[in-house]
Design a binder for this molecule. Sequence first.
Ligand code: NAD
Ligand code: MG
Length: 391
Amino acid sequence: MQGICLLGATGSIGQSTLNIIAQHPDKFTLINASANESVEKMADICRRFRPQRVVMGSEKARNDLALQCCNLSTSFEWGNDALESIASDASVDQVMAAIMGFAGLKPTLAGIRAGKRTLLANKESLVTAGKLFMDEVARHNVVLLPIDSEHNAIYQSLPQTTSGAHTQDVSKILLTASGGPFRTWSLDDMASVTPEQACKHPNWSMGQKISIDSASLMNKGLELIEACWLFDVTPNEIEVVVHPESIVHSMVSYRDGSVVAQMGNPDMRIPIAYGMTWPKRVETQVPPLSLIDVGRLNFEAPDTSRFPNLKLAADAWFMGGTAMAVLNAANEVAVAAFLNRKIGFLDIAKVNEGVLSAANIVTVNTLDNVFEADFSSRQLAQDMVNRGGFL
Ligand code: NAD
Ligand code: MG
């Protein structure tokens, strides 16, 4: 029986993880869970899964939840220290890191430092802390399994040993991208899209922030950096391939000319269950893939002139140090501003570019360097949004 701490339980990844737990009550039990503000959703989770500890983002959310669930023996808590504490509890075997954004970094690291098997959906934590994050994984001998579907596919397509996947004999990683809802749109048309249009991903149902990132290709940029850290490669060894059907989730090209791909219907329960049960597999209730029904698989090159975020991410990698934390912070602010209708869709990349070129990039020696870069870049980005200075 594996005890799960589910960080970000009320989100899209959180719900899919609960679905796998519910399908396999003989294998998994929800020990601890967290959410930011969604009291109703969390009350429902508490009644169904009876976790030991639940952490909310504010005292008010915690109190409202405790009131709704007063007949349960669950301990209701709130705040950052409690979040780190539930990830490192002795009764937890696996931490599912599914908080949205940079806010997930500290609790994810707390689980790693406690030696927990780490299922990483929260790509922003690895993108921003990079080497420090991977050093902690190595120091604490942690099994780190990528949940992002592309990285999970790469992991599955790499040679497996008892300690994980290895990049021996690899010539290139082929990172697939759906291209998002605006893949074929002109810049003129994209200039006036609404948050509702941008959130409508053609193949995946996801949280708002990652949906916008998918539409702007920032998601693929973050994933490029994520793949560099996870698989110890540089952007030169990764080719982004646009594949609108999202059936091939990514590929690995070997030096003998072989290309190994992982395919499946686009449903996050596959990579989630893979992470939870690795190196074994379980049923997921995802309908089997019918390639005959799919009929055709298409592939094309990404267009960085319409989607500059992808190039900005590669630039940030080569700049090194805090550049990736800077870019991520700018993007989190820009996406929130777009969702609040303060800026247009194309302004997201302009804010990102403006902050990346204006910020003071320093070497990352400690986590403080990352937090300072995040803090000052958020301010820079917010100033640009307020001034409309990105135009
Ligand atoms: P979501 O917005 O649906 O859910 C986010 C969860 O995090 C919620 O439970 C929310 O309460 C919590 N949260 C948000 N802000 C918080 C904060 N400041 N402090 C504490 N908790 C907070 O997001 P999602 O789509 O489930 O994505 C979660 C993570 O997984 C993201 O990093 C995303 O990039 C990654 N991811 C998601 C998918 C997907 O299919 N949804 C695929 C790959 C990777
Ligand atoms: Mg992905």
